[in-house]
Design a binder for this molecule. Structure first.
Ligand code: PLP
Length: 392
C-alpha cells in the first residue's frame, strides 16, 4: 500500500517556488465550489481587481492563465505573433532564450539582442536593432532575470518600443511583488507573471495582462490564434467583464483561492512596503555574505533584491554545500543555470520567505556548510553583520 504523501517542512530560498504563507495554504484548503458558481464569479472579479492593483494597470484584459509562468509567456506570444512578424527579443539569461523560441515556433522572425549573463539588456543595442529593422511588431524582454539576478530597465525599454511603434512584451514573473513594476505608467503592452516567486502562492498560475493596443493587435490578426486554450478571444468569454460567464475550461478553483489570498496579503502590506522589505532584507543578506568573504555576481546598480547570485569560491563542491543545507537545515537554495551553472548559487528572498529569520538562517547555515568544506572564516561574523542591518 502506498501511504499518504507528507512533504518535509522546508525553507525555500531558491529561485522559486518560495515559501507559501500559512494564510495562503489555509485559503487553498477551503471547500471547492463550481467554477460558474455566482460566489466563485464574485471571487474572480475581486481577483482581477487585485491583479490590476499589483500590476498597476487598468487593463480590462487582466486575468490568471490556468497554468505556470511558461504558459503565460506562451499566451503573450501565441496571441501577438503572426507568421512573418518581426520581434526583437532581448536575451541576457535563460528566459530571453525561451521567448525567442516562442517567437520562432509561431512563425515570427527573431531579431536577437544579446547581452552577457549578469548584465542588463543594453538600451543602445535595442535602439540599434530598431534602427536596423523596419516594421518591428514587438520588443520582448525579461524585467527580472531569475537565472542571473539582473534587473533590466523595463520603463526605458517599453518607451523605446512605443517610440518605434512596436508593442512591448514583458516577463514579470520574478519582478511582480519584489521590485517596482508599473504596467500602465511605463506603457507596457503585454505582461505575464507567476504566482510562486514574490507573490508566494503555490506554482501553477500565471497572471497576464494586455493593454488596449495589445488587444487591438490580437483583433487585427489575419490568421487565427494557433492555440485553442490560450486564445484570449475565447478565454475572455470566461474571464471578461460584462459577459455572461461561459464555460471555457474548469478553472483551478482552489489554486485561485490561494492566489486571491496572496494578493490580499500583498494589498494589506502595500506594494511600496513590499518592495522596500525586499530591498532591506537583501541589504542584510548582502552584508552577511560579504562578511563571510562571498561576493555577489551582479553590479549593485542593476542587482535584484529578491534573487541573489552568489559567486562560488574556488575549490568548493557547490552541490555538496546545497545538499548539506537541505539535509541539515531543511533549507533550499538554487544552483546556477545555463552559462552560470557551477559558478553561482542563487539565493532567493521572495515574498513570504523574505524575512529576517530566513536571512539569519541562511547565513548561519551557509557558514556551517563552508566550514565543513574546509573554508576558513570567522564564525558568527555574517550573522552579526546582517543583524546590524536588520536592527537599523
Ligand atoms: C520562473 C520563471 C519563469 C517560468 O515560470 P514557470 O512557472 O516555471 O513556468 C519565466 N520567467 C522567469 C523570469 C522566471 O523566473
Amino acid at each position: 500500500m502506498i501511504e499518504s504523501f507528507y512533504p518535509p517542512q522546508r525553507t525555500l530560498m531558491g529561485p522559486g517556488p518560495s515559501d507559501v504563507s500559512p494564510r495562503v495554504l489555509a485559503a487553498m484548503a477551503r471547500p471547492t465550489i463550481g467554477h460558474l458558481d455566482p460566489e466563485f464569479i464574485r471571487m474572480m472579479d475581486e481577483l482581477k481587481q487585485l491583479l490590476q492593483y499589483a500590476l498597476k494597470t487598468k487593463n480590462a484584459l487582466t486575468m490568471p492563465v490556468s497554468a505556470p509562468g511558461s504558459a503565460g509567456m506562451e499566451a503573450c506570444f501565441v496571441n501577438l505573433v503572426e507568421p512573418g512578424d518581426k520581434v526583437i527579443v532581448c536575451q541576457n539569461g535563460v528566459f530571453g532564450g525561451r521567448m525567442a523560441e516562442n517567437v520562432r515556433r509561431f512563425g515570427g522572425e527573431v531579431i536577437l539582442v544579446e547581452d552577457d549573463w549578469g548584465q542588463p539588456v543594453s538600451l543602445a543595442k535595442v535602439e540599434a536593432a530598431f534602427n536596423a529593422n523596419a516594421n518591428v511588431k514587438a520588443l520582448a524582454f525579461v524585467h527580472a532575470e531569475t537565472s542571473t539576478g539582473v534587473r533590466s530597465d523595463a520603463q526605458a525599454l517599453a518607451r523605446l518600443a512605443q517610440a518605434n511603434g512596436a508593442l512591448s512584451i514583458v516577463d514579470a514573473v520574478t519582478s511582480l511583488g519584489g521590485i517596482e513594476l508599473d504596467m500602465d505608467g511605463w506603457g507596457i503592452d503585454a505582461l505575464y507573471s507567476g504566482t510562486q516567486k514574490c507573490l508566494s502562492a503555490p506554482p501553477g498560475i500565471s497572471p497576464v495582462s494586455f493593454s488596449e493596443r495589445a488587444v487591438a493587435a490580437v483583433k487585427a490578426r489575419t490568421t487565427p490564434v494557433p492555440s485553442w486554450f490560450l486564445d484570449t478571444n475565447l478565454v475572455m468569454g470566461y474571464w471578461g467583464a460584462g459577459v455572461k460567464r461561459a464555460y471555457h475550461h474548469t478553472a483551478p478553483v482552489n489554486a485561485l483561492y490561494a492566489l486571491h489570498e496572496s494578493l490580499v496579503v500583498l494589498q494589506q502590506e502595500g506594494l511600496e512596503q513590499a518592495w522596500s522589505r525586499h530591498e532591506q532584507h537583501h541589504q542584510a543578506l548582502k552584508q552577511g555574505l560579504e562578511a563571510m568573504g562571498l561576493a555577489l555576481l551582479v553590479d549593485p546598480e542593476y542587482r535584484l533584491p529578491q534573487l541573489n547570485a552568489v559567486v562560488i569560491p574556488e575549490g568548493i563542491d557547490e552541490a555538496r554545500v546545497r545538499a548539506r543545507l537541505l539535509e541539515q537545515y531543511s533549507l533550499e537554495i538554487g544552483a546556477g543555470l545555463g552559462a552560470l551553472a557551477g559558478r553561482v548559487w542563487r539565493i532567493g528572498l521572495m515574498g513570504h520567505a523574505c524575512n529576517g529569520k530566513n536571512v539569519l538562517l541562511c547565513l548561519a547555515a551557509l557558514e556551517g556548510a563552508l566550514i565543513a568544506e574546509g573554508v576558513e572564516l570567522q564564525r558568527g561574523a555574517a550573522v552579526a553583520a546582517a543583524s546590524a542591518v536588520l536592527a537599523a
